[in-house]
Design a binder for this molecule. Structure first.
Ligand code: F6P
Length: 319
């Protein structure tokens, strides 16, 4: 293999830059040319790429986001869009591709692999809902961002004797909400995996309120309900003054943590090595602190990572 490409797709996350840097440095060490496609699959369909060398990836290790930029592309989901991408790759002489992204991006990677292009995927999504990896890139940084915000909000919640509903990301995954609730000592974590019983929440909060607890933190995954509805229900049932904070895209940015910088470096190196070794259609993953490779097909077909242990831990701790 003489020339490969790399791209970042879907929702961005911290650690993507560190991962690109690692892949580029690994490729250079193996005497392989590497180019970066801009804006994910959009760049692939336009043939929009830049050569990557040591200089191109210097000074980015500690920066959040992705300097190659990212996008979600509907056109790439069509056979015509994917054929366009394949034609561009052929014209550019690119023999393999490293793709960073979440489940949608990995589905695209699998399609390219089925069309005969050697592809290796890297799980990168703050939702941490990708099967066969303990952690995806960006999750640890997002959690630390959430922790900082919730700790700040707890200060003001106690000063004003208020209940806060804090909405975190996770349309289909309650990972961020449940881990953040455990790590901040929040009263409740509301997640899409479990039905939200508002009257039960209000009942439990009332008991605590009557025992003298005059403030509360409810962490809500965005897919589990409407923050304002929950705040209104708590206000009506208990008389608590309530406020809503939506953390939004703040969670996805910022300097990657040590964990994410290291994971990014490990994933980037392993992905290039797999590609060069002819391991087509694989995704790198982390299991028991070992970086391994699993078929993307299994990842796409696989069950979402079960959150049972964390949900049980939250229950035992009274969340
Ligand atoms: O990356 C996944 C995710 O963070 C989801 O949790 C969230 O719902 C979504 O991205 C937001 O995407 P966008 O950046 O397109 O608004």
């Amino acid at each position: 293999m003489k020339k490969i490409g790399i791209l970042t797709s879907g929702g961005d996350c911290s650690g993507m830059n560190a991962c690109i840097r690692s892949a580029v440095r690994t490729a250079i060490r193996m005497n392989i040319e590497i180019v970066g496609f801009r804006k994910g699959y959009l760049g692939l369909m336009k043939g929009d790429c830049i050569p990557l060398d040591t200089k191109a990836v210097s000074g980015i290790l500690h920066r959040g986001g992705t300097f190659l930029q990212s996008a979600r592309s509907q056109e790439f989901k069509t056979p015509e869009g994917r054929q366009l991408a394949m034609d561009n790759l052929k014209a550019l002489g690119i023999e393999g591709l490293v793709i960073l992204g979440g489940d949608g991006s990995l589905t695209g990677a699998l399609e390219l692999s089925k069309m005969g292009l050697p592809v290796v995927g890297i799980p990168a999504s703050i939702d941490n809902d990708i099967p066969f990896t303990d952690m995806a890139l960006g999750v640890d940084t997002a959690l630390n961002n959430i922790l900082y915000a919730v700790d700040c909000i707890k200060d003001t919640a106690s000063s004003h004797a208020r209940a806060f509903v804090i909405e975190v990301m996770g349309r289909h995954s309650g990972y961020l909400a449940s881990i953040a609730a455990i790590a901040t000592g929040a009263e409740f974590a509301l997640v899409p995996e479990r039905e939200v019983d508002l009257s039960e929440i209000c009942q439990q909060l009332r008991v605590r309120y009557e025992e003298g607890r005059d403030n509360a933190i409810i962490i809500l995954a965005e897919g589990a309900g409407k923050a304002q509805d929950i705040a209104d229900a708590v206000k009506d049932a208990i008389g608590f003054e309530t406020r809503v904070t939506v953390l939004g895209h703040y969670q996805r940015g910022g300097a990657p943590t040590v964990f994410d910088r290291l994971l990014a470096s490990r994933f980037g190196k392993k992905a290039v090595e797999l590609l060069v070794a002819g391991q087509n259609g694989m995704m790198v993953g982390l299991s028991c602190n070992t970086v391994l490779a699993v078929p993307i097909e299994d990842v796409i077909k696989g069950e979402k990572r079960p959150q049972d242990e964390m949900l049980r831990l939250a229950e035992v701790l009274g969340i």
